[in-house]
Design a protein around this ligand. Sequence first.
Ligand code: MRU
Length: 347
Amino acid sequence: MNAFRSIEWLDEGIVRMLDQRKIPRETVYNDYTTHSEVAQAIKDMVIRGAPAIGAAAAYGLALTAHHSQVADAETLRAELADASNVLARSRPTAVNLFWALNRMNDRIADPALDSVVTLQKATLAEAHAIAEEDVAINKAIGKNAQSLIPQKATIIHHCNTGSLATVDYGTALGVIRMAHELGKDIFALLDETRPRLQGGRLSAYELKEQGVPFKVIVDGASGHFMRTLGVDLCVVGTDRVAANGDVANKIGTYNLAVVAYENGVPFYVAAPTTTIDMATKHGDEIEIEERPANEITHVRDCQITPDGVEVGNPAFDVTPAKYITAIITEKGLVYPPFNETLEKLMG
Ligand code: MRU
């Protein structure tokens, strides 16, 4: 498995994931053979990031099909429907999870798949297709973004949106990586991203390996750097884009967008079209996941707050469309008014 690939299928019916909770201190791969284990791995954030969660759910269904002992296609379909419901309950905000399950379920429903073996093969082939398409989509996002990235640029990035958050390459971090690979003089400021530190741990790990110059900053420092250092742009990923252009992303994205707006810094959102949810009219309709209190009260095993304090731990926030300069997709750049341009893009 290449160093940053988040997930892989092994022919003996195993899904292997790089355990992102342990990076950068340890590189550990976990093997899974059931959809319930995959659902738990998504909940526990062994794998995280919207596109990676979608691919994991697809492979979760492929595991159920592969290991099934049933004798006929209809019974296998019933098993897969149960598995799909379990996977759908793993995390609520990233629409890629539901998009991938819907795509898998459409394939599974094909009446031409009339035996256990044909259904098993088709389920795995569809999961592979979702994973491989994701890598190609990310590279197309990286290319499409380049007209927005000056030859020399200081860029703020939030959370982790790289190879680890996708199947490989990455969306917003992929944009930064590609700019660097193209020889641009890029300096990244990585928000550490409290409380799970996806920026300080994961994005820093990726950019360090790729040789992209960067500094890790605390989330509250972005305004200071915009005023003092001069920041050319911000680029972030997203877990769901609503039809009006509101975007849900890692908690703190909204603050960053408002500060960027106030300082006249362009704010770009990199999103595969699989993250655009035209059925969600605006950001207030997006379910925001609430994570356990110990993510805030503790750093690893060390308690940092007084005993018994109340904690609010929303994993995501919604950035209203008015703060977003453009959305970068694999199909091209999308500008305001997003309710019109997204409609056109998504057909
Ligand atoms: O809670 P996480 O780590 O799954 O949140 C991830 C993010 O918010 C990413 O920015 C988003 O999924 C886009 S990843 C290409």
